[in-house]
Design a protein around this ligand. Structure first.
Ligand SMILES: Cc1ncc(COP(=O)(O)O)c(C=O)c1O
Length: 407
């Protein structure tokens, strides 16, 4: 799967798999409502591609991107751990066959109940995001008679070129520990030396990165901090550089995304290789989400009305921001197709949902072949941050989710 993955064959949209082609019209038989479909061949190919580009890096898939059990199974089968951000995600990962020792636990608002679950079960790593969180973990571990594995997530105060809502590495963002607070953190960790094991340092600059100079600068900035931590805590041997590798939403170009991955790995290794020489047993970790699953999913929904006004023509679907909020929240672009292509000529439509908000749209002024009531529309690149961010706003039903394993 190097080039196009969603193509028309005999006037019908098919999703290419490894050896199979998945006809998306299969998913509209006995149609009950909008459905997310995940192509697992695609996920498998991406995992293997990333594992070979980031050789010797231990991967922890960011489960928040897509938590469907069939998708998780691909990661489990390929020996990938998971990055979780809540008690719910921890339990979901365990239910789907992962062990606590395969989980990295991030997030700024970990509650006592959530931490108890993590600490009691000797989770692989808790990414600590603040001084009061460290204190809570230290005190709780002591009470529970445990030694928690902690890693300090550092906020490097470096921006990335992405939407401001998905950038996380600036000092104004709530994420990570300010570099100026590292000495206080060290002091506190020493006070709790019987109940905390300081395993390393972590970073997550944000999502949808298509350029890596900020990552390079951040890794360079974190290296001396990591060495400082190591000098204080001999068990400190992990460097986790987070997730954030982006994908192209405007075009289907897997070849150029392969190059993106190559540039990304070159930046990582150019910064971290020196550490691997100096520190035997150094563990390098990453928490990718979007790059692995973003393209694997589509959202199929049905046209309820074609509404013409003197100004516009709207396609009103039975799916909207309640199922896919990215266009409303980030003005994110998703390409939109009709399931069947009857002609080459197109018309301009605003593609909107049923929700009572003007922000409820998938695309504006999109060129599509003429569409009729009851036709099906396919929104592409819905594998990441789509179903997991959906809601039942307006008390609409959630979309169904299924995968190529079930066809
Ligand atoms: C801590 C952490 N790690 C990893 C990720 C995954 O990011 P992405 O899906 O952009 O790779 C996220 C996503 O927001 C995150 O918050």
């Amino acid at each position: 799967m190097e080039k196009a993955f969603l193509v028309y064959k005999n006037g019908e949209l098919v999703f290419l798999g490894d050896k199979t082609e998945y006809k998306l019209s299969q998913l509209t038989k006995n149609y009950q409502g909008p459905v997310f479909f995940y192509n697992l061949d695609f996920v498998r190919a991406r995992v293997q591609q990333m594992q070979s580009a980031l050789k010797d890096v231990r991967l922890f898939y960011a489960l928040k991107a897509n938590s469907h059990p069939d998708v998780l199974k691909v990661f489990k089968d390929n020996n990938v751990g998971v990055d979780v951000v809540s008690g719910g995600e921890i339990q979901h990962a365990i239910k789907n066959g992962f062990r606590y020792q395969q989980l990295v636990y991030s997030g700024v608002g970990k509650t006592r109940k959530e931490l108890e679950l993590a600490i009691q079960n000797d989770i692989h790593q808790i990414n600590v995001e603040s001084i009061p969180e460290l204190q809570r973990i230290g005190e709780m571990s002591k009470t529970l008679g445990k030694k928690a594995n902690v890693v300090f997530r550092i906020n490097p105060d470096i921006s990335i070129q992405s939407h401001p809502y998905i950038a996380t590495g600036l000092k104004d963002n709530k994420f990570g520990i300010d570099t100026g607070q590292l000495l206080d953190v060290i002091e506190m960790a020493k006070r709790f030396s019987s109940s905390l094991s300081v395993r390393g340092i972590s970073l997550h600059l944000g999502s949808q990165m298509l350029e890596f100079s900020s990552l390079k600068d951040s890794l360079a900035k974190l290296k001396p901090l990591f060495l400082k931590l190591r000098s204080e805590f001999p068990e400190c041997h992990r460097f986790d550089f987070g997730g954030g590798l982006g994908i192209h939403y405007e075009k289907q170009d897997l070849e150029s995304e392969g190059k993106l991955l190559k540039n990304y790995s070159e930046v990582v290794f150019s910064e971290l290789t020196t550490l691997t020489y100096d520190i035997p047993g150094l563990e390098i970790q990453s928490e990718p989400g979007r790059w692995l699953v973003g393209h694997c999913g589509v959202l199929i929904s049905q046209v309820q009305y074609v509404k013409k006004t003197p100004h516009k023509e709207f396609i009103v679907l039975d799916s909207g921001m309640n199922h896919l909020i990215r266009p409303s929240l980030y003005e994110a672009y998703h390409s939109i197709h009709s399931l069947k292509k009857s002609s080459e000529s197109t018309k301009k439509y605003d593609v909107v949902g049923p929700i009572c908000e003007s922000a409820d749209f998938f695309g504006k002024d999109r060129d599509l072949p003429e569409v009729k009531q009851d036709d099906f529309i396919v929104v592409s690149d819905c594998g990441a941050y789509a179903a997991t961010m959906s809601s039942d706003y307006n008390l609409q039903d959630r979309a169904l989710e299924t995968s190529s394993a079930r066809l």
